[in-house]
Ligand binder design. Structure first.
Ligand code: FES
Length: 273
């Protein structure tokens, strides 16, 4: 069993857990994910690693309550435990000194962009961070992101904090400054990552996105997580989760993300009965 040592409610429906998982913490690297199961009969859900502490043997996960399993997870508290916590899975983000990089986190995507931002900063890059959420209440880890960036720009969809606009509006302004940008990394909802890739495409700025697709085994066996990248079929769990944003077929991913919508709704209704 993997014990929840800390729980923090970051925003409405967004929760943070520090999980005691020394073996995972020892090997975790920025960009990787875990698959957890609440109990014996639970659904396996992939969650990107938001942070890790090798010394203390802790792995931080952040999740948004959207369906049955995440709502059930959200009912757990400090001292509770989950039965399975497998990882780290996936290929770590490629970290090197690129020069000037922009790291973008949208909504709950602020969590997985954090360790990548930190790693890029530690590698000697000039890092501009952009974080955005639908409103002030949904924004978290502003200070943590500020600590690992040279400049942090914040935006909210409704203008309830700092400025009104999407992360893509801010990205356009950063590009318009005219300084070379060597890499953009964006994590957030699929439409956001697609929009970021469209902003950078005409400038040919290398753009990496991290996909969080439907997964079953997480080891490349079942095909549930497949994605078309540059016309080739890839598996998010073993070939990703990071991919070239200019090559990902986002429309297909958005369709695939909805495949089990009806079943998900039914499971949630049954759970809430
Ligand atoms: Fe089964 Fe990726 S989750 S192949």
């Amino acid at each position: 069993m993997y014990k929840i040592l800390k729980r923090e409610d970051l925003a409405p429906s967004i929760k943070l857990f520090d999980i005691e998982a020394p073996m995972v913490a020892r090997k975790a690297q920025a960009g990787q994910f875990i698959i957890l199961k609440i109990d014996e009969k639970g659904e396996r859900i992939p969650l990107t690693i938001a942070d890790f502490d090798r010394e203390k043997g802790l792995v931080t996960i952040i999740f948004q309550e959207v369906g049955k399993t995440t709502k059930q997870l959200g009912l757990l508290g400090e001292g509770d435990a989950v039965s399975d916590f497998v990882g780290p899975l996936g290929i770590p983000s490629h970290i090197e000194k690129y020069g000037r990089v922009v790291c973008i986190g949208g909504g709950v995507g602020i969590a997985p962009i954090y360790p990548i931002t930190r790693a890029l900063k530690e590698a000697g890059n000039e890092v501009i961070g952009i974080i955005g959420a639908r409103s002030k209440d949904y924004l978290f880890w502003e200070e943590k992101m500020r600590a690992v960036t040279d400049e942090l720009l914040v935006t909210t969809d409704d203008g309830s904090y700092v400025r009104k606009g999407f992360v893509t509006d801010v990205l356009k302004e950063v590009i318009d400054r005219g300084k070379t940008i060597n890499l953009v990394v964006a994590i957030g909802p699929l439409p956001m990552m697609k929009a970021v890739a469209e902003v950078t495409r005409p400038y040919q700025i290398k753009t990496i996105v991290s996909l969080n697709s439907i997964m079953v085994d997480g080891t490349g066996m079942c095909g549930a997580c497949r994605v078309s990248v540059g016309g080739q079929t890839k598996f998010v769990c073993v070939d990703g989760p990071d991919f070239d944003g200019h090559l990902v077929d986002f429309d297909e991913q958005m369709r695939r993300a909805k495949i089990y919508q009806d079943e998900e709704k039914r499971a949630l209704l049954k759970f809430e009965e």
